[in-house]
Design a protein around this ligand. Sequence first.
Ligand code: SF4
Length: 82
Amino acid sequence: MLDTRPLLLQTDFPAINRSVLETLQVNLGYKCNLSCTHCHVNAGPTRTEQMDRKTVDLVLEFYSQTSDKNPRPDWRRSRDKR
Ligand code: SF4
């Protein structure tokens, strides 16, 4: 993975500060067809790590508690039938 922090420090890119949660992006695994040098999770075709069920449930619980959006209960039902 390319360390971009030294490059960023040479610019006038503004500081990043935590604010209100508006978007929740979840990386479920590191397997990807590509292996971009800028990838922030170092994903690639040879990576095999996947989020386990317990962590998926924690993410869904967090999402349901912090958002007024529907956490896709239809997806959970179809997943539980497997
Ligand atoms: S940035 Fe990472 S996850 Fe996105 S396409 Fe490239 S290797 Fe895949």
